[in-house]
Design a protein around this ligand. Structure first.
Ligand code: AMP
Length: 482
């Protein structure tokens, strides 16, 4: 099997970009997939993120598109030739960035479109003409409907993170998009697992695909030290802080199962004095990208995230991943802990198991094919967070015995601007605890407003019908040609 990039005979423009990226040896998925894609075969790849799969499809695809390379300014000379579909905005952005780097010395154009952003700048890019279009399915359909892009000259389609696209419910969108594409094309499908649904999708849309597999699906990297601790829900935050401090961890991902839980935990940790950002599906696109960037730059220490938002993100050297909640979907465990211990580096994965997680642990044991050892962890008595000193040190990194009594700690200036913190989100910046409501307290504003507007006979909780101008009044007949 080919192992070195130099054996591939890539075009000089691509070889130069690869050399600039510092790649010499191909990763296993690249060694298996690139030669196949270069021959035009459909490929079904079982590969997780972090295995180098983006280059595995981008490089051969760009190589094959080079025959269309031209310097014309006419959009008609730059139709979409390759379409890469991904489930989330972050992944689309990440893949598009890599494609741009690989294509940097060619005249092939690429762009990315995803939801949550203004369509106008995307439309302008599309109208200029691009050979490689990276997209999330929903937004791509919006552009197709708005006639901003034509897909009748597509030669390559990549369905990346296909299992996640199906999990999210993108199947109908995918089917619609694929129906717009020429039948004569090369289709590449990458998925972390080959579930029966994925196999059905492949049977419908791939022609005689070759299967390449780099690691047993659902395998976890051997470089990741995994621990499962029995922790009560109320003690999870304290335990997290204790482990961060004891292990001297500088940064970590903290996974939770729900958007609301994510926002709440991030708020609490931030109040504990930890520099935290939240990454979940309800955050605006801009906030998500900024949070990620702040984490990558080291300005944020803890990234609290849900699975959808964090799937496949290529953030190098995350020293630890915490499963604050055991994932509902056992396969997500593999993805979550895949954020650490990448490319041979060692990593730590800590999972908190509470009393009601027995079923989820059982699912995990089934998937991993082994009995999990659930350890007990003694939580120090004073596990209250120590607050954040403005000494440039992370709050959890205080030596044993160095913790000061709460009173002697310098007061935390609530209004002190935090350097490069994650973007402010006014909604989540509100305290989330339910306030005790006193009997004489005035009713909330939304209630008073509603009461004031409600007609006397209606309960204030029943919405009034909106007054809509009648289209056809019974007294006046509609115009003949309406
Ligand atoms: P991916 O699985 O495509 O998200 O890639 C994971 C990371 O591996 C990215 O940061 C790539 O830049 C990097 N990478 C991809 N291929 C190679 C290679 N052959 N050698 C070294 N790093 C690579």
């Amino acid at each position: 099997m080919t192992q070195s990039f130099s054996e591939l005979n890539l075009a000089p423009a691509l070889a130069k970009a690869v050399a600039e990226m510092g790649y010499e040896t191909m990763t296993p998925i690249q060694a298996q997939a690139i030669p196949q894609v270069l021959t035009g075969r459909d490929v079904m790849g079982a590969a997780q993120t972090g295995t180098g799969k983006t280059a595995a499809f981008s490089l051969p695809l760009l190589q094959r598109l080079l025959k269309h390379e031209n310097a014309s300014t006419s959009p008609a000379r730059h139709p979409v030739r390759a379409l890469v579909l991904l489930p989330t905005r972050e992944l689309a952005d990440q893949v598009a960035e890599q494609v741009k780097l690989y294509a940097k010395y060619t005249q092939l154009r690429s762009t990315v479109v995803f939801g949550g952003m203004d369509m106008k700048p995307q439309t302008l890019e599309l109208k200029k003409g691009v050979e490689v279009l990276v997209a999330t399915p929903g937004r791509l359909l919006d552009h197709i409907e708005a006639k901003n892009c034509v897909l009748n000259q597509v030669e390559y389609v990549v369905l990346d993170e296909a299992d996640r696209m199906l999990d999210i419910g993108f199947l109908p969108d995918l089917q619609r998009i694929l129906s717009y594409l020429p039948k004569q094309r090369t289709t590449l499908l990458f998925s972390a697992t080959f579930s029966p649904e994925i196999k059905r999708l492949a049977n419908s849309y791939l022609q005689d695909p070759i299967t390449v597999e780099v690691a047993r699906s659902n395998a976890t990297a051997s470089t990741v030290e995994q621990h499962f601790y029995r922790v009560d829900d109320d003690d999870k935050r304290g335990t997290l802080r204790q482990i961060l401090r004891d292990r001297g961890l500088k940064q970590a991902f903290v996974f939770v199962n729900s958007k609301l839980g994510c926002a709440r935990l991030a708020r609490s940790l931030e109040r504990d004095g930890l520099n935290t950002a939240a990454l979940h599906g309800d955050k605006s696109q801009d906030e998500r990208l900024k949070a990620l960037d702040a984490f990558k730059q080291g300005n944020v220490d803890l990234l609290v995230c849900t699975d959808v938002a964090a799937r496949g993100l290529d953030i190098k050297d995350v020293p630890a991943v915490f499963n604050f909640d055991i994932p509902f979907n056992a396969e997500d465990y593999v993805h979550r802990i895949g954020r650490t211990g990448r490319a041979g580096a060692s990593g730590l994965a800590v999972s908190f198991v509470s009393g009601r997680d027995a079923r989820l642990v059982g699912e995990l044991e089934k998937l991993l094919g082994k009995k999990l050892e659930i350890e007990a962890l003694e939580l120090e008595q004073d596990r209250r967070p120590a607050g954040r000193f403005n000494d440039g040190q992370r709050a959890w990194q205080r030596e044993e015995g160095e913790r000061e009594p709460r009173e002697s700690r310098p007061p935390r200036a609530p209004s002190a601007p935090r350097v490069s913190r994650a973007p402010a989100d006014p909604f989540f910046d509100q305290p989330y605890e339910a306030k005790p409501v006193s009997e004489d307290a005035p009713p909330p504003q939304w209630d008073t407003a509603q009461r004031a507007n409600a007609p006397k006979s209606l309960s204030p909780n029943i919405k009034q019908r909106r007054k809509v101008p009648a289209l056809f009044k019974s007294s006046a007949p509609p115009p003949a040609n309406s």
